[in-house]
Write a protein that binds this ligand. Structure first.
Ligand code: SF4
Length: 428
């Protein structure tokens, strides 16, 4: 569901670092959307949304087309009598969970996912998760997080989910060897490629969060170095740091340059020599550059406007400007985590207009006035803008598609070339 928040007009401000800050109406999907990719990643997990029929429809329509087996998500639908407090919602929830676990013995990790309705009636899902975990332990672990659309953007669902896993990660043994933890859901094929590259670099103690199975939760401690694979994981990173882990500052692995810098930052943290890094990644980076050359010819000089939606807009903008040669009209992001994005911000063109938050009507006016060649935006804005003759790219596709790493650099560029090509064909 696309939601509208903060309907009152709040004046825009410009922060000391030149970023336009807007606090008006927003157009975003809620954090439940993360279930679409997370349920495919953690293969023995189940996501039970405690929400309304609207929440159920959102999940079904977002993920429905990808279901090829019995889904590992569902909605415990709260009816009016739940919302009116006429029945004990906790009893209902316990009954549904008991039925679910009896019918699906393969579930080892159950997430109770909060929604706007469950938060409105203040249903305490953390207590429910504790109660149910005690009841179904050791076979099933029950955790909770919020996917509600109140004050969130859709990728925050992944952040909340991963942050809920951090307290249950085992502690690494005292004196354990330094290890690398890559944080952020990646497609399995991308994860396998990165693992091979880390091995070639000489970093062999590598694990990923989320893991593919709940039995593979990585052990963490002061010797764990965290490498974020996604820029929207502020809460997860903070929870890991509270457990003693240290984050490796780096750009994000989008495009040939971003991936090379991301790997080099990890290698440096593990004392790998620069010469070995260059030797190892040079052929991979060269292949990515060859794949990108074709798209650069099509896209260089085209003007792109990014609306705030996925929180990966800044790394994307860096990739589009530096590796594809596109001109950035405006780069919007729902939140700007200046620390996690510091390495990215340094790589953006000096004069770029960055905006944080949204005042959708004002931003639409700026977009219309600029008439960019391509607009990257959420689904709610894409159709109206297409109707006005603008060419759009759905930002959510950039989260569903494997785009990280050298091998995927060409695929990432193609996502931007395709709508422009379609437009050309339609115009013939
Ligand atoms: S969690 Fe809130 S925003 Fe998301 S689908 Fe449910 S009601 Fe809508």
């Amino acid at each position: 569901m696309t939601i509208h928040a903060q309907p009152c007009a709040v004046p825009s401000t410009v922060s000391p670092d030149g970023v336009l800050r807007e606090r008006g109406q927003r157009e975003v999907f809620c954090g439940l959307t993360g279930i679409v990719w997370l349920h495919r990643k953690i293969q023995d997990a189940f996501f039970l949304v405690v929400g309304s029929r609207t929440c159920a429809h959102l999940i079904q329509s977002a993920a429905g087309v990808m279901i090829f087996a019995e889904p590992r998500f569902a909605t415990a639908i709260m009816e009016e009598r739940d919302l009116a407090g006429l029945v004990d919602a906790n009893d209902e929830l316990d009954r549904i969970v008991t039925q679910l676990l009896a019918r699906r013995p393969e579930i080892k990790l159950l997430f109770l996912v909060g929604s706007c309705p469950s938060e409105v009636i203040k249903l305490d899902l953390s207590r429910a998760a504790l109660r149910l975990s005690q009841r179904f332990s050791p076979g099933v672990r029950v955790l909770n997080y919020s996917g509600s659309g109140i004050e969130t953007t859709f990728t925050q669902g992944e952040d909340a989910c991963l942050a809920s896993l951090v307290p249950v990660l085992p502690a690494a043994d005292r004196g354990a060897r330094p290890s690398l933890l890559v944080v952020g859901a990646l497609a399995d094929v991308v994860e396998d490629q990165f693992r091979r590259t880390f091995t070639a670099l000489g970093i062999d103690q590598v694990s990923f969060l989320p893991p593919r199975r709940s039995s593979e939760l990585p052990a963490i401690g002061p010797e764990t170095r965290v490498l974020l694979a996604q820029p929207f994981l502020g809460d997860t990173a903070r929870a890991l740091e509270e457990r003693g882990c240290r984050r490796i500052p780096a750009p994000f692995p989008l495009g040939g340059e971003g991936t090379a810098l991301w790997l080099a930052a990890a290698a440096e943290a593990f004392g790998v020599s620069r010469a070995h890094v260059d030797r190892t990644i040079a052929p991979l980076k060269a292949r990515a550059e060859r794949a990108l050359a074709r798209y650069r010819a099509q896209l260089a000089g085209k003007r792109v406007f990014l609306f705030p939606d996925s929180q990966i807009e800044i790394p994307l903008a860096r990739f589009l400007a530096r590796e594809i040669g596109m001109e950035l009209v405006e780069v919007g992001t729902p939140y700007l985590h200046r620390d996690h994005l510091a390495a990215e911000l340094k790589l953006l063109p000096q004069d770029v207009l960055l905006s944080e938050g949204q005042d959708v009507e004002r931003q639409l006016d700026r977009c219309r006035a600029a008439r960019p060649d391509l607009v990257v935006c959420g689904l709610g804005l894409a159709n109206p803008l297409e109707a006005e003759g603008l060419t759009t790219k759905w930002s959510i596709e950039l989260i569903f598609t494997p785009i990280q790493g050298f091998e995927q650099a060409g695929d990432l560029a193609e996502l931007f070339a395709r709508p422009l090509l379609r437009q050309t064909r339609l115009a013939v």
